[in-house]
Design a protein around this ligand. Sequence first.
Ligand code: HEC
Ligand code: HEC
Length: 357
Amino acid sequence: MTIDTNVVLAILSIVMFGGLVGYFLFLMRHQEAAEPEREVYGVELLEQHYEPGATVEQPTPYFVAPIPASPDPLEISANLDKKILLGGLMLFALFGMTGLYFVIQGFASPLYPDGGIRAAAVEHQLRLDVRRGKALYASLCYDCHGRDGRAGTNPEGQVLPGLPLNKDAFKYEVLKDDPSALDTARRLIVTTIQRGRKRAEPAYSMPAWHRAEGGPLSDWQIKQLTDLIMYGSEEDWADMPHVREEHAQPVAEQIPPPPAVPSGDVVAANTCAVCHSFQQDRPSTNALAPNLWNYGAVGPINAELKALKDSGDADWLAKWVSNAPEVKPGTAMPAYGGQLGEDGVRLVVEYLLTLGK
Ligand code: HEC
Ligand code: HEC
């Protein structure tokens, strides 16, 4: 066990403080014994008796304090100087140690070779954050981002909805020499966890987790997750299935059901309306993209697409929406097969073929 300098200093301070208080208590006691409460003498001396007309030499009333036997008050007050001095010294020693602590905590020492107490405290806090981050990850993120944080496919062969988080582009060790990349990575991670990332259905969205976004997590908890992602070691990630077991949750990812597949017009409104218009009297936002309000009646428009349809391919429009650049190389219409998935494409195609009919 290493001895924590903080603890030693704290114990020393408490002992000193106790000594100080004890010492003053002792002095007060001592003083009480040295100067006991006394009756007032000499009042009776004032009671004089005179005969009428007698001339009496008036004695001057005076007061004589009895001289106590022991202890000698002069002796006590002589020591008092030294005692007060000693007490003062102890008090200043307390201040001194506090100051010393602030000075030495930044430096490396035999007990803390890697940059002193402060660095050790930061490291300790970081390990604590990573550990809490693991518990949060295991219960909230595991099912989408995977037991090893790498998403992709799990050992059972299921495709997980999330993206890899345990990757070099997020790691402090990899980024530490590039402060701006480090800052960008941290901000991307924090913002994504806070606000989530909405994807058009039927794709999975990254949920928003911050309390301000209606989620369950505080700033501090989001920091703990971020610290796990940036500072977590391979052992931390490999430990994740055990954390799940500790929380009595299954090791296999429980992939949440995919978001409800919306109807074709919703897909079109969410995904296609950024370029295309679906209303007769409104031009498309993107001048190159045709207005599709009557596409079911007039389509296809492009020679390439017409040729594909004429070849008897029943999937001509699905092929276009999934991957237009494959049908017409160089077109400005992007591919949507990946984002919408088969179901999404099928729905929007069915919707397009009803338009204008
Ligand atoms: C419902 C599944 C789901 C859950 C649960 C989930 N995520 Fe995600 N997460 C996603 C998806 C999907 C994306 C990708 C979004 C996109 O398309 O850009 C993502 C993206 C991210 C990203 C951005 C990655 C990148 O490379 O841009 C981070 C960081 C992240 N998630 C962290 C978390 C954390 C931390 C938790 C737990 C608190 C969590 N996620 C829980 C689905 C999920
Ligand atoms: C980034 C803008 C953009 C988005 C978003 C977009 N398109 Fe297009 N789309 C275009 C452009 C540009 C064209 C014209 C392509 C050409 O003629 O080369 C086009 C053409 C089309 C055509 C006509 C093809 C033909 O020649 O008959 C259809 C149908 C179509 N898009 C469907 C969709 C659907 C469905 C979506 C949503 C899933 C969508 N587009 C999203 C830009 C876009």
